[in-house]
Ligand binder design. Structure first.
Ligand code: EPU
Length: 444
């Protein structure tokens, strides 16, 4: 359900121009906050964005006795885990459905308290999003898991023990689960088929600062030697490469020019190559990246999403909006989430020509090809987009609707904009700063 103050009127047709600032990665910061639970001393996390996922984790940490306070600099949190305690199940349950991060509390709480309660998870509806890998992993460490009506209850009858784990798929969350559990487990853990996203590497940096012993080997293998105690950390979160790419796509689709202060080339190399192939221009300097539309037609491309270092699935949705403006047929094969193309039906209502297929188009067969999921798309362009009534389906899809509405002729009513606050800090202010014509509808 969305209320009136959850609707944004977007008057399209104006190029986005100017500068915005992107802070730490949504997909690292909440996990680094959870890591602080493992320490015996306070931790300092810098470059923290003010987004809902951070607020949810902050609330959950506080329920477990961790004090979380603002530090001296803007975007700094000081987390003190010296008085960790059990939380009331009803209080934890109040966070049910709010985010996917609570599942990562399992290992740290089992180490600190011997038990953990995990409420029903939230997160974007872009596929089934099961948590079987997480629980398989925790059982291997020696945890006992009981499903109760209000959530999952876990116990560690004795100290968790290191083990050998091979993930069925290089899952980001399951890799984080292993890292956050293995660092204080007894003995060595060998993880194969691990995710190696930049946010995972940054989490490893955080844990190493705390005293953990983690070696990244070749071929997606990670070795963790458990230690008896960890200290605190002082860390500046890596920048949000997903938010940066979203603004880049907004610049391209609106024929604009946006300097994203804070964007970092190293974590965006794959995106930048694709952006250039489509016909977008960019320039990297020490403080950020400028993205712009250089004029002339954009190029259709064939694209396949994949785990890092492939093209990140979270970049796919904003880029598809830009591809509606490219000349010719673009092919997009989504291989990470089975249902991340559903957002395109609203783009078609706006005038785009996007056809979805169950087959694996244009690339290597993936897990979804035999399973009847509409996970490939053919985008035919360029098409003029017209303003429409849009209901935001998920975080990245939601931002993509904003881009489409900004690129379109006429006015769009975008419903459910609050969802965007989960992962985009101050997006309304940023839009206004870039000259977007957006307004909240009047209430009279
Ligand atoms: N999977 C399973 N079982 C599991 C876990 C995952 O089958 O127990 C499957 C998923 O269904 C999916 C694939 O494995 O098909 C990959 O999922 P993964 O575990 O890697 O995703 P995640 O950890 O839940 C994080 C990000 C996502 C991002 C993915 C992939 C966070 C909070 N979320 O999700 O970010 O798309 O990794 O890089 O870190 C977003 O920012 O909008 C977003 C969805």
């Amino acid at each position: 359900m969305t209320g009136l103050n959850d609707v944004l009127l977007v008057h399209g047709g104006t190029p986005l121009e100017g500068e915005i600032h992107v802070r730490g990665a949504k997909n690292l910061v909440p996990k680094a906050m959870v890591a602080a639970l493992l320490g015996s001393e306070p931790s300092r996390l810098r470059n923290v964005p003010d987004i809902r996922d951070v607020r949810v984790v902050r609330g959950l940490l506080q329920l477990h006795g961790v004090t979380v306070q603002a530090g001296d600099e803007s975007g700094e949190l000081v987390l003190d885990p010296s008085k960790v305690e059990s939380a009331n199940v009803a209080d934890i349950d109040a966070h049910a459905g709010s985010s996917r991060i609570p599942i990562l509390f399992c290992g740290p709480l089992l180490h600190r308290l011997g038990h953990a309660f995990i409420p029903g998870l939230g997160g974007c509806d872009i596929g089934g999003r099961p948590i079987d890998f997480h629980f398989d992993v925790l059982r291997k460490f020696g945890a006992v898991i009981e499903k109760r009506p209000e959530g999952q209850y876990l116990e560690a009858p004795q100290r968790l023990r290191g083990c050998k784990i091979e993930l069925p798929y290089p899952s980001v969350g399951a890799t984080e689960q292993v890292l956050l559990t293995a660092v204080l487990a007894e003995g060595v853990t060998e993880l194969s088929n691990a995710a190696i996203e930049p946010e995972i590497e940054d989490l490893i940096c955080v844990l190493q600062k705390m005293g953990a012993i983690i070696t990244m080997g070749t071929n997606r293998t990670i070795h963790i030697t458990g230690v008896d105690k960890l200290g605190g950390y002082n860390h500046r979160a890596l920048p949000d490469r997903l938010e940066s790419a979203s603004w880049a796509c907004a610049a391209l689709a609106t024929e604009g020019n946006v300097y994203v202060r804070g964007a970092s080339q190293r974590e965006m190399m794959t995106f930048l190559n694709v952006f250039r192939k489509v016909g977008g221009a960019f320039e990297v300097d020490e403080d950020g990246i400028r993205f712009w539309h250089p004029g002339g037609p954009l190029n259709a491309i064939a694209l396949e999403t994949d785990v890092h270092p492939g093209f990140q699935t979270d970049w796919q949705q904003p880029l598809v909006v830009a591809l509606t403006q490219a000349s010719g047929l673009s092919i997009v094969h989504e291989t990470v989430y089975e249902s991340r193309l559903g957002f395109t039906s609203a783009l078609n209502q706006m005038g785009a020509h996007i056809q979805l297929y169950r087959e694996c188009l244009g690339g290597t067969p993936c897990r979804f090809g035999q399973r009847n999921f509409l996970h490939s798309a053919v985008v035919s362009g360029p098409t003029k987009l017209q303003g429409a009534d849009l209901v935001i389906p998920d975080l990245r899809g939601g931002f993509s609707y904003l881009i489409a509405a900004l690129a379109a002729q006429g006015t769009s009513r975008v419903h459910g904009i609050d969802l965007i606050n989960r992962g985009y800090e101050n997006f309304m202010q940023k839009l206004e700063k870039l000259g977007a014509k957006v307004e909240l509808p009047s209430t009279d």
